[in-house]
Ligand binder design. Structure first.
Ligand code: G3P
Ligand code: MG
Length: 238
């Protein structure tokens, strides 16, 4: 079965990484969901892609890490998307986990570059444990040191290795890392048939990001990818 992840929820229909975006994706029947996590100043897991808040609210200066949870919950991130979402704020991971059905595969991406959040791995795993959500889960990051820390805390969690740039033989790098890598998550730009075959031959699933164009999606399926991260509901509900 192809597993297509709703990328940051359904971000064309609601502000990315917010409860309305996740609810839309679930409503569409997405089987898999991707979200990004960071830490507030007082160490709460905040679901957000950018370290800076300015893309979501031009009056919000600085970084997520500069704000407490209480302060973050005062910042409107919906109105820049549309008037309909005025008043929407960034959710905590806790809030997102409350609305995710148990059979929904979750990919939680630790956003640890360029800001590095000391201890985010421990806080993440504690939260997942409290929600009985250590199953049906892939934890990924561009920061492979963060993946190592996750594995040191819990060696059974499947890990996804993200690659933005084109490095030589990422499957060899993944094998040599000693990490419990289940899937390789490459930038879709450089994925071709040889790349997919090499991942599969080395025992890795492959989920390229971000694929929203139907023609490119079909091409990647023909190459044999196991799924994609997509902003397009027509793709992530298929
Ligand atoms: O996890 C896939 C994708 O989300 C990685 O890139 O920058 O959209 O978080 P980004
Ligand atoms: Mg992401």
């Amino acid at each position: 079965m192809t597993l297509n992840f709703a990328h940051r929820g359904s971000l064309t229909e609601a502000p990315e990484n917010t409860l309305p975006a996740f609810k839309k994706a679930i409503w569409h029947g997405a089987k898999a969901l991707e979200l990004d996590v960071q830490l507030s100043k007082d160490n709460h897991l905040i679901v957000c892609h950018d370290h800076k808040l300015s893309r979501f609210n031009k009056d919000a200066e600085g970084l997520i890490k500069d704000y407490t949870l209480e302060e973050i919950q005062q910042i409107d991130v919906g109105e820049t998307f549309s008037e309909e979402f005025k008043g929407v704020t960034l959710p905590t991971l806790d809030q997102v986990l409350h609305i995710c059905p148990a059979d929904l595969l979750l990919n939680i991406e630790i956003k640890n570059i360029p800001v590095i959040y000391d201890g985010i791995e421990q806080i993440l795993l504690k939260t997942l444990h409290e929600h009985d959500r250590l199953n049906n889960l892939v934890i990924s990051s561009f920061d492979h040191v963060a993946l190592k820390k996750v594995q040191e805390i819990n060696s059974t969690i499947p890990l996804g290795m993200l690659f933005y740039y084109r490095i030589l033989n990422p499957w060899d790098y993944a094998s040599a890392s000693g990490l419990n890598i289940q899937s390789i998550h490459p930038n879709q730009i450089y994925v071709d048939q040889t790349f997919v075959q090499s991942c599969k031959r080395n025992g890795y699933d492959i989920y390229p990001f971000t694929v929203s164009d139907q023609e490119r999606y079909k091409e990647l399926l023909e190459y044999g990818v196991d799924g994609v991260f997509s902003n397009n509901p027509e793709i992530f509900k298929s």
